[in-house]
Design a protein. Structure first.
Length: 314
């Protein structure tokens, strides 16, 4: 997270691209959540795009994100390019490695605007045909993933786009070009973030697989994941008590219950190996008929928080 971001979406910018009308953002919740975290949306259709210099485009497909410009949140628009947009720091070989998916990212040593030595992590976004780069110093890393506290070394690796492995075998990699901002060998993760001096829990489902990994996706339901999932549920229940008329909170609770329902399909022997006090809760959870089930929903986010953002360049 860029510490200068003020946790507000740039509604005027969204209005200028036809995505904010009559007090509502006309995108699905997944893409709205991506913007709030500073991540990139999926490809969305923009209509009647108005520029500051008076130009107007009737319609275009692009990915969106929120970036900091002189302390103000602004909407960044990444259109789809017909040809791959080259990156000045990449050699021809590195260019091909990223475009082909042979490697997920490449780290380059650079000098920042203040004249200090810094790193730049470069990825390729195949949805827009361009290279994206970010400053790892501006990435806010979770305190824990699946209830496992991250060591300083694992935090460094995660910031710099390296794959980290948790004690339960979960592999995680930060990915600036992904809507969730990360990839894993598990389809769901619970992140613990330190926000305003307190710990906040976020559930991410529908996570993309790690690049270059050909093995089958592993089951998400480890002891740590289920323990952290209970914290997500508790956090949402407290939130629901404060805002009983907020239907989005009820939907998020249903997503959590759906995760427990999926876990309940495990065999008794598998559940017993978890050895957590909430194992009986997992066994007894019932499936909830919710239209959002199976979607890529990050759960537990405050309506105004941007949990994960960064400065990107080409």
């Amino acid at each position: 997270m860029n510490e200068q971001l003020n946790n507000q979406l740039p509604l005027k910018d969204l209005e200028n691209v036809g995505l904010y009308k009559e007090g509502s953002i006309t995108m699905d919740r997944e893409n709205i959540n991506a913007l709030k975290r500073g991540n990139m949306t999926d490809l969305v259709e923009l209509k009647n795009v108005k520029g500051n210099d008076g130009f107007e485009i009737e319609a275009m497909a692009a990915r969106l994100s929120v970036v900091d410009q002189n302390g103000e949140n602004k909407l960044r628009i990444d259109p789809v390019y017909k040809d791959v947009q080259k990156h000045l720091l990449l050699s021809e070989k590195e260019h091909e490695q990223l475009v082909s998916g042979e490697v997920a990212n490449i780290k380059k040593e650079v000098i920042d605007k203040e004249g200090n030595a810094a790193s730049e992590i470069i990825e390729f976004d195949n949805l827009t045909n361009q290279f994206l780069s970010y400053d790892p110093r501006k990435i806010k890393i979770p305190v824990a993933i699946n209830d496992e506290t991250l060591s300083p070394e694992k935090k460094r690796k995660l910031r710099e786009g390296e794959v980290i492995t948790l004690s339960d075998g979960t592999e995680v990699q930060y990915r600036t070009a992904d809507k969730n901002g990360l990839r894993s060998n598990r389809s769901a993760l619970v992140l613990s973030l330190l926000i305003d001096g307190g710990l906040s829990y976020l559930l991410f489902t529908g996570i993309n697989r790690l690049m270059g990994k050909q093995s089958a996706e592993e089951q998400s339901y480890s002891k740590g994941y289920l323990t952290a999932l209970k914290e997500v549920e508790k956090q949402l229940e407290r939130k629901q008590q404060k805002f009983p008329n907020d239907k989005s909170i009820a939907n998020e609770i249903n997503v959590v219950k759906h995760e427990f329902s999926n876990a309940s399909a495990m065999s008794p022997a598998q559940l017993d190996t978890l050895k957590i006090k909430d194992a009986d809760d997992v066994k007894n959870e019932k499936n909830v008929n919710d239209p959002d089930h199976g979607k890529n929903n990050p759960v537990g986010e405050d309506e105004h928080d941007i949990e994960n953002s960064r400065g990107r360049g080409r």
